[in-house]
Design a protein around this ligand. Sequence first.
Ligand SMILES: [Zn+2]
Length: 404
Amino acid sequence: MATTSFLYHTLGLRGYRHLRTDYRHAEVAHHIELQDHKRRCRDCGARWHELTLAGTFQRWVRALPVGRRVQWVVLHGHEQCCGRCGKTLREPIAFVEGKRRCMRVLETYVIELCQFATIKHVACLVAMGWDTVKDIYKGHLKRKVAKRRLSGVHYIAVDEFAIRKGHNYMTVVMDLESGAILYAQEGRDAQALVPFLKRLKRSRAKLKAVAIDMSQAYLNAVQEVFPKLAIVHDGYHVVALANKAIDDTRRDLYRDLKGEERKVIKGTRFLLLRGGERLRKEAKQRLDALMAANEPLYTAYLLKEELRMFWAMGDEETAELVLDNWLEEARVSGLKYFEKLAETIDKNRRGLLSYFQHRISTGPLEGMNNKIKVLKRQAYGFRDNAYFKLRLYFLHEATPAFPG
Ligand SMILES: [Zn+2]
């Protein structure tokens, strides 16, 4: 049987007197009333002895469930005439936020459950509507993100993510020290990034370096807002370009060759793209045979593997030698895709070399790709872009949701 102290200890109801408990339709309702000496005027804060009780009202508020059983708190409230300010107002209610229909303790419980279960499961567990659960969690994330300060950010990575099949992209910024996604915005042009960089600037963040790919858009954005900031073009994207160059070379060869020579190239894509150290013995033998049979492909493969060595160098000086050597080899290789890549790399050499000052990359952001994909799939269910972004901002601390 519920008592005043039971309600205090289980629901945190302080200053309320227990009137009675009803059991109806498999639901429990605790009727309560504010203790007179706890009364305050909602407007001026005058205490109980300056108040006269006027009309009454009843307010039903959802409390924590007991297992799957719904519990209510039914407040028998009063309107209070204030002798000090002269107003007649309803008594203030401390255990519920504004006009909501559930207690703060229940909201906190819902938020805790949302950390490791999907909205759907939480809604089912606490017997609440899906929208209500989502609104509670969304409000929590909103308050949390508003408290985030950017002034301590030193290293960021920027990258684009495909958000829908086709050409719908999102620009995402990560704090490389905390792993938190700081910003997500539709589009992948300079304008998708500039507003955030300006916010960083206003927050007086002492930014040391940014990791981006070699596309012009992000470069323009960074140079517009932070003209002197060190830019690091990370290995991940450059190696991806080298992989594309080797793939294009292979495709051209395949198209132009005939007979036996053509057969040798067929089905070798993965051999060429995979890092040499990751090939098994049998694959290595096939690769060797391919290399012996086709000289251009051999050259292309060596160029790709040599480029990967760049990031393994110990210092900038050695790395620069390796890079110059590579650029020279690529230029005289007679392979048009590598000649083009050499041009791009030479244009961005400063950004490649600055890796040896600031060893950062977009790798950690790429590493989140899968988590983002999972969230995106769930996001088709919620169709609420603002909520999707809020979830992104706390993805680094999320425990994976239960499958299904
Ligand atoms: Zn008053």
